[in-house]
Ligand binder design. Sequence first.
Ligand code: PLP
Ligand code: TYF
Length: 397
Amino acid sequence: LFAAVELAPRDPILGLTEQFNADTRSNKVNLGVGVYYNDEGKIPLLGAVRKAELARIEAAAARGYLPIEGIVAYNQLVQKLLLGADSPLIAEGRALTAQSLGGTGALKVGADFLKRLLPGAKVAISNPSWENHRALFEGAGFEVVNYPYYDAATHGVDFDGMLAALRSYPANTVVVLHACCHNPTGVDLTVDQWHQVVAAVKETGLVPFLDIAYQGFGDGIDADAAAVRLFADANLTFLISSSFSKSFSLYGERVGALTLVAANREESARVLSQLKRVIRTNYSNPPTHGGTVVAHVLGQPELRAEWETELAGMRDRIRDMRKALVQKLKDRGVERNFDFVLKQRGMFSYSGLTADQVDRLREEHAVYAIGTGRICVAALNSRNIDAVADGIAAVLK
Ligand code: PLP
Ligand code: TYF
């Protein structure tokens, strides 16, 4: 049965971590995977999360099955975080949410659902995009195409190219949009550009699928939801995949959500019933722990305030690391202007390093980055940043 099974290629990002873990050099630095580390180089356990976990243990709650769509309170809190606490869509019963296994699980359930609804549609993702977007939508049976996004010459967005591509697609093409903190480039649209995207989506009859995995890592919880709220205000029907992996530092607990905005309450109920079918045949219902913890934090004003402060701390530290890296490269006499790193949002920077330079960084300096030149700025800290700046300066010579 398995004799002819070929060895699959490694995930380019998670595979790099395997290689990093096997590296015996003590000065090694992993800027590959998109994970937030604190200044001690550790994945933090947030104080608000710890308190919610202790409360959960104290409560000695039974671990029965959750409903197929997950914890009701969690789903309501997710909607408020995405659409705004006063969203008329929520009041009108147009939004429906299913707790998911991280943002990835939300994308997969959404993709499976869309495939049933629009079997012949194509899916358009940004060029470049998170590696898993293409694989995931192809895995759900879709043909995946790229719309222009990153412009290496300006370290910005090829917005004309993007808009022209969106306008050229047939109606019902699914467009995956990074709502904030674009992975892998760190380059986001301006609010004005989002307005234009919403208009193009509306005119062309596209199906927007907003992916928001880094809410709070750009400018703040509400500011980072600006794109989501523009789509909501435009009276469109659309999908949102969201994740608490990064914003709650709960990577391994797999906490995310799929939220759909339907035309009205009655349509929303029908859509949810179909979504539940997709979930039931995939994993039946989600796990209890992560969702309970997040709902507890979001639902209690004190814990919520603590979480918001901790999230702001992560956001600010990443900004400080951006500034420090740019300064340290200048200090080392690097002539290339790296100021664009300061404008990028979220965890990542498309550094402009070539694949060759990334290889040399890894081999000669034990600094791991993605072959595309993506570095995770959130993995820099006061102890490793000098070594990283030394390495980058050396490979640029
Ligand atoms: N979407 C994007 C753009 C991401 O960068 C990530 C990162 O992991 C995800 C989705 C998936 O998130 P999760 O780890 O919660 O599955
Ligand atoms: O882009 C990243 O590094 C994160 C983490 O298959 C990740 O989004 C990477 C690859 C993957 C799942 C998560």
